[in-house]
Design a binder for this molecule. Structure first.
Ligand code: AMP
Ligand code: MG
Length: 425
């Protein structure tokens, strides 16, 4: 069985772990899944590159013009006063000038056209007067202006995109610009997902008194899908040891990671925790945060070292706590498993908070907020009731307002740190 080695971090206290510390512990413990595949450029969107893309060519391949204008030899230009040159033809993008531009001559040149031999400078057409065959260039032209040099973007043999990059449209463009049709990407992370709770009812069935519809599986499915994971939805599992054990065994046999919701809070039946620990090596953390204080992290490996098992993220049951813990911990952890390197935190900006807020001492509070601009300044407003079961205020939010552990109060108009999350899962 893999040893999680949490104990080697002797100064950590599972009863009060800071958000940063918990996140770091997870990231230090995890390593990328193995396995990769070759895919065509379009299929590579949002996939993670496993090896550097090395440029097989210079980009651009030739010195060429950055503007529509006139191709000149800088040495022909008079340092002061106008220069009169003879027009000998046109260089088009994709159709080079036939012949050479000699001393005292110029050629019309279009954007992207290959520079004729000996040409080192392009003068934009707006600056130039043309009288019949004569082209009159004003003084003050810089050598190599409006010229794109061969290899100035990428040199042959240089790394164009580093391994660990999640490929976005810009990278697809770079790959295509190098003439490359296929790249190697890491296989998707497989995540098995189930909700726990006797009170949970699946959509499509009537709700009996005391029951709630299982919503977590849908938000989690959405977040996992957005992250590019392969999701195995195992439904709702009742709070009984046999069903839970069967679910953990099945999940650990087919997935890299298991995400559960519910069953890790103090008031929950202890057997869920016992079971998690019995089936693997699991730490129960009380994170100094709100919402999302209880959380389990570890490895489920029911057959010991014989089978690889799966990482476990045991999230709290409350729907907002599920989302907050996902953004703070599961997102970076899954990115690490997916081979993304470096794993960047959610972008943070300073904004003026337009309403007063309170925080309990010694913990980080994540309030749901909505950003807006006022007089060119970013401002933020909480989106309403902040209870950890109130999903509607999460749906209105585009950011988290982060209240640090040492910040008990925020007055209206004070600056706060805001974590962007819209579109980031
Ligand atoms: P627990 O962490 O299991 O104690 O659950 C905390 C709260 O979250 C309870 O009110 C549960 O009913 C609610 N809850 C747990 N799981 C879900 C779920 N999958 N969908 C919606 N609410 C849930
Ligand atoms: Mg429960």
């Amino acid at each position: 069985m893999t040893s999680l080695n949490f104990t080697c971090l002797d100064d950590y206290d599972p009863n009060s772990l800071s958000v940063e510390r918990a996140r770091q512990l997870m990231l230090d413990t995890l390593s990328p899944v193995s396995g990769h595949e070759r895919v065509f450029v379009r299929q590579a969107l949002d996939r993670v590159l496993v090896e550097d893309v090395i440029s097989p060519v210079d980009v651009p391949a030739h010195d060429n013009s950055a503007m529509d204008g006139w191709a000149v030899r800088h040495e022909d230009l008079a340092p002061t006063g106008e220069t009169r040159l003879k027009n000998i033809g046109t260089a088009f993008a994709g159709r080079a000038l036939e012949g050479k531009v000699g001393a005292g001559e110029t050629a019309r040149i279009m954007t992207g056209a290959v520079l004729p031999p000996d040409i080192d400078t392009v003068v934009i057409q707006e600056l130039v007067r043309v009288e019949g065959d004569t082209v009159i260039i004003p003084p003050g032209q810089r050598r190599e202006q409006n010229v794109r040099l061969a290899g100035e973007d990428l040199r042959t043999g240089s790394p164009a995109i580093p391994a660990g990059k999640k490929l976005r449209p810009a990278e697809l463009g770079i790959i295509a610009s190098l003439g490359i049709a296929e790249v190697s990407v890491r296989r998707r992370v497989r995540v098995a997902l189930f909700s726990t709770g006797d009170e949970l009812c699946s959509i499509g069935t009537p709700l009996y008194p005391g029951e709630v519809y299982d919503s977590n599986r849908y938000t989690l499915w959405g977040m996992l899908t957005r992250l590019g994971c392969e999701v195995i939805d195992m439904g709702v599992v009742k709070d009984n040891p046999a069903s839970l054990e069967a679910a953990f065994r099945e999940a650990s046999g087919c997935a890299d990671a298991i995400i559960t919701s519910g069953g890790v809070s103090v008031g929950e039946a202890d057997f869920i925790k016992q079971l998690m620990q019995q089936l693997g090596e699991v730490a129960f953390w009380k994170i100094a945060m709100k919402p999302g204080r209880p959380m389990a992290f570890g490895r489920i490996q029911p057959d010991g070292a014989e089978k690889p098992g799966a990482w476990l993220f045991g999230l709290p049951g409350n729907p907002v706590a599920v989302m907050v813990t996902f953004y703070q911990f599961v997102r970076p952890a899954l990115l690490k498993l997916a081979g993304v390197s470096p794993v960047a935190p959610l972008p943070t900006l300073s904004a003026r908070c337009v309403e007063p807020m309170k925080n309990g001492k010694g913990r980080t509070e994540f309030q749901r907020g909505m950003l807006f601009q006022e007089n060119g300044e970013w401002c933020v407003r909480p989106t309403g009731m902040q209870g950890s079961g109130i999903l509607s205020s999460m749906a209105k939010a585009d950011c988290f307002i982060v209240l640090e552990p040492d910040r008990e109060k925020v007055g209206a108009g004070e600056t706060v740190q805001v974590q962007l999350m819209n579109g980031l899962v």
